[in-house]
Design a protein around this ligand. Sequence first.
Ligand SMILES: Cc1ncc(C[n+]2csc(CCOP(=O)(O)OP(=O)(O)O)c2C)c(N)n1
Ligand SMILES: [Mg+2]
Length: 538
Amino acid sequence: MTIPKRKTHQVTSNSSAGSPAQAFAAQLLAALAKAGIRNFFLAPGARSQALAIAAGQLADAGKIDLHVRLDERSLGFTALGSALASGEPSVLITTSGTAVANLHPAVLEAHHSGVPLILLTADRPHELRGVGANQTTNQINIFNDAVRECVDVPAPNGNDGEPREAVQLAMNAISVSMGYDGDQPGPVQLNLAFREPLSATTPNAAELNPIIELPDIFEPHPEFAVLAAELPTVVVAGAGAGSDAVELAEAFGWPLLAEPSSGARHGANAIIGYRRILESHELAKEIRRVIIFGKPTLGRAVIRLLFNENVEVVVVRSKVMGHFDVSRRASIVVDEISIDSDVDFEWLERWRMVDSELATAPSDNLDRRSLVDAVWEATNGPDQLLLGASRLIREADAWAPAKLLNIYSNRGLAGIDGTVATANGLALIEREGTTRALIGDLTLFHDASSLAIDPIDGELNIQIVVGNDAGGTIFAGLEMAEALDAKTFERLFTTPQQIDIWHLAQAYGWNYIRVENISELQKALSTTGRVVIDVRLK
Ligand SMILES: Cc1ncc(C[n+]2csc(CCOP(=O)(O)OP(=O)(O)O)c2C)c(N)n1
Ligand SMILES: [Mg+2]
């Protein structure tokens, strides 16, 4: 198992001049910008003022994009969405205290799904820690092993070595967050102590030109396995799998069982009805080997297969999702696979035939499946689709057609939190197409405050498509739904709500469209701007 390293080290400093806090912040941010980091996210506060001013200067000079949010929890997920879409680290700036703790949900999701984040958390200097100073808590290792590294940087005091230390910290943060050191990408925390004077308007970060040198990228030798070609094999693609899974399945003629959030549900080998086949078709009993890419999370049938003693489990290491071997039965864990003889496509043909026999057309009425279908149809080219946790992603797993899409889902921990913010973060990066989030009603309400958008971010095309069934209806499918009386079940699990989405949209300045049938839905999906589409489901 890959256990991310956690290192805590100190950087030393002494002597003073002007605002050492500002000089240090300016160097640090200038170095990040010069290295090509574009997206900075700020939630205002006093202790972090030097960082805010430096970020503002770089943004005014057009060297970075600065996004300002009130709520650090929302900021964290917005930064996560941007890092997902750009593939580059997002930089987050917060003040001290609970502000830092509010980043925790997004940090956990980023840790489990290998998303690069650089957290700049402002803190009191060491002499003010542990003595009851305002807004001061222990921020060191606050995220435990969810950060690749936590560096506790003492308050700068203006000595000669500080500019170089700031640049080194920036380069190291980029390298570790991106996994250049051979580890998985993920969050890095620079806990930055600042002493008064906390800021100044000079130096101007945009006028600095630090000398930067990015560390080398560590390239591990890929581990290779040669497998017997004739063993009846399926390729499972979970979250984070990407097109490698498609390429392998197509090269060796294996059926591809791809979750919608895998980025691999496309091409001729994708078996759309795989869940139904695994659950109840004789063909599933013939499987003798499963090759896993990414982290499958959506159905029990795949997990059962991994526990089946007649089935060999081969895991292809994921670059982002970490170690996956829930049944602890993986016979090999490798990076690349080849086979020992020619392929026989008859196995694949049988899967295709069963898949087409089991296929049905979606209903003309508006239900979860036709909602998924319309969203798939509407999403093309540069458009981005974010699937929330809960029922609709499972409906997509059951029915969504094979199609190459820019698709995302926070499956690191599969929380219903932060989904609106993640969609905003995705939209900030890809401005050509529409960013669409397909989510449940509770998922919207959980993250309603993320409808607040900084006007400086400009016009965004975002659609929050809400499958509104007045509560968390996913739980109706679980064991306890049978055992409990309806009233108790509803109170303990469904969280029924009466929130008026129209008022919510109005309050935050979003357009609102309520749809009752498929043609209204299709029309709503073709609109531009920021819109909440309220899809009433039974
Ligand atoms: C942060 C977080 N809290 C709780 C859960 C457990 N949970 C999973 S689905 C769900 C209900 C979701 O309801 P909704 O968004 O309306 O989707 P529906 O199931 O009704 O389609 C909850 C509370 C979770 N995944 N994440
Ligand atoms: Mg619901």
